[in-house]
Ligand binder design. Structure first.
Ligand code: ADQ
Length: 499
């Protein structure tokens, strides 16, 4: 899959993310072992790190008794994307449990997550949590600089390779600035890039955060900052200008940081399209029902708009009773942040709504909602996508949303219809979806009716264009776009740069 069009990495890459591309857990004998993660990001990025002899800096998923204990090699049976990552390529960041809790459950998930999704009423602003966040970011930066020293020591005589440090997401918005400063002190060179997977909010929301200037300065430690869509780039530029008084170039998306130029780019993430398509072609039927299925698949999170979605479906049954006993809403919700009270309350609220609506409309042979709270396998997921008539993807706010793209990749038989929120990043590019405002329940209900009754030729035409775009702009395309924008790809002397 990589390198695209014969391009090669000019130098090693150091990925810095809150989580490593696997989690460590203890087996029955108390020995540490790797449990692979198979998300699209890991699938795309891990092979590059492996190929270019790079490193991955991150938290291992558990608090280890002995922080000096080395990371085990991957299991010989592990066929996952990070299996080839040798233990010497893994840099573990250990954080004391209380600090980690204030950093992760506190500042990351109780402050930045709601704030950046434009839900400030849900955000808490606590100085201790912010302090923990700053401490953990400094620890990640320290470990990254150690990693850079290690790479430098491996250089051969006369060789100079400038590594790319690629920092991911809202957990690590201060790391770049620390790394830049330490590198200057240590006379180390690197290129610094950052990608934010969630939205970047408008200035009027962002400035509610009491330490907003530190966050901006932290991110601006990079040479390039990537967001999913132009709107988030614009929001970021606004904040740099209005909060820090920096000069910004809105035509070329640049920020002038005391004479240094930081590039800001919209780089919409894609999915491993071929993998989903292959899974959809191979998976056995998952839904035996003759009914039309409306599918929802989400992490159980308040940003995903599950309560509104279920109520919109109820409105459909009220307004268009011809769908009674004919359609079914199948909602799959992956447990997420289950130790946080707000998420427990959300789960209870959804349980109640599902129970209420099933109680209201069920007949002897039919109940309107099937609700699965749990993880399902990738194959099963692909089969659900393939066999559903409609995907109802209605987050209240979402950085991008991969479910919408995975649904499209899996339409290998009779094509279904994608209904997509206007407030998901994916809504910016997936023009042939039926776009809805998830707050307007009647509008979503009417759109559901339209989707369920859409003529075949319209379904086919819409899906044809959606598939074409996602096939091209897949996760490898995103990866190579990021690396190219960082100037990290070498296309050889005779080749023109793609794109
Ligand atoms: P998330 O908020 O996690 O990601 P999303 O983009 O929807 O959201 O991706 C969820 C992933 O989980 C999908 O790949 C999906 O297949 C998987 N999944 C969902 N339900 C599942 C289930 N029951 N069993 C197994 N797998 C399941 C963040 C941002 C998004 C952004 C991504 C990538 O919040 O806006 O799109 O990062 O940048």
């Amino acid at each position: 899959l990589f390198p695209p069009r014969k391009a090669e990495m000019k130098s090693p890459i150091v990925v810095v993310s809150n989580r490593l591309p696997f989690i460590l857990c203890k087996d029955d004998d108390g020995e540490l072992q790797r449990k692979p993660c198979a998300g699209g990001l890991v699938t795309a990025v891990a092979p590059v790190v492996i190929q270019c002899g790079g490193l991955w800096v991150g938290w291992p998923g558990i608090h280890m008794d002995d922080p000096h204990q080395s990371v085990p090699e991957s299991d010989p049976g592990d066929k996952g994307p990070s299996a080839g990552l040798k233990s010497e390529q893994v840099v573990v960041v250990h954080v004391e449990e209380q600090i980690f809790d204030d950093y992760y459950n506190g500042c990351c998930n109780a402050t930045f997550w709601p704030l950046f999704h434009s839900m400030p009423d849900r955000a808490v602003f606590v100085a201790d949590m912010w302090e923990a966040y700053s401490t953990v970011n400094a620890m990640f930066a320290y470990k990254t600089v150690e990693a850079l020293k290690k790479l430098k020591a491996q250089e051969e005589e006369g060789e100079e390779r400038i590594p790319l440090v690629w920092i991911h997401d809202y957990h690590l918005m201060l790391a770049a600035n620390h790394i830049r400063q330490q590198c200057e002190e240590e006379n180390l060179k690197c290129n610094l890039g950052f990608f934010l997977h969630i939205p970047f909010p408008p200035w009027d929301i962002f400035r509610l955060f009491p330490w907003d200037d530190d966050v901006l300065q932290g991110i601006l430690g990079c040479d390039m900052v990537g967001f999913h869509i132009e709107d988030y780039c614009r929001n970021f530029l606004d904040c740099c200008q209005r909060r820090l008084g920096f000069r910004v170039d809105r035509v070329h998306n640049l920020v002038d940081v005391a004479g240094r130029t930081v590039k800001v780019r919209a780089l919409p993430i894609g999915i491993p399209y071929k993998r989903f398509e292959e899974m959809a072609n191979a998976a056995p039927r998952a839904l035996q029902s003759s009914q039309q299925i409306i599918l929802g698949v989400d992490r159980l999170d308040y940003t995903k708009g599950l309560v509104n979605r279920i109520r919109s479906f109820e409105r459909l049954l009220e307004k268009h009773p011809e769908h009674l006993e004919v359609v079914k809403l199948m909602q799959v919700a992956v447990p997420s942040r289950t130790d946080v009270k707000e998420y427990q309350q959300l789960k209870e609220q959804i349980d109640l709504e599902v129970g209420r609506i099933n109680g209201r409309f069920s007949t002897a042979n039919w109940s309107p909602i099937r609700y699965i709270f749990g993880c399902i396998s990738q194959d099963e997921l692909a089969a659900y996508y393939r066999d559903s008539s409609v995907a109802l993807v209605t987050p209240l706010r979402d950085g991008m949303n991969l479910v919408a793209k995975e649904y499209v990749a899996c339409q290998v038989d009779k094509p279904g219809v994608l209904i997509l929120s206007l407030f998901a990043g994916a809504g910016e590019t997936m023009h042939e979806a039926l776009l809805v405002n998830p707050y307007e329940l009647d509008g979503v209900a009417d759109t559901l009716h339209r989707a369920l009754t859409m003529p075949d030729d319209e379904r086919e035409m819409r899906m044809y264009h959606l598939k074409k775009r996602e096939r091209t702009m897949d996760v490898d395309f995103w990866l190579s776009s990021f690396l190219k924008a960082m100037g990290s790809l070498d296309f050889g002397e005779e080749q023109d740069e793609p794109m």
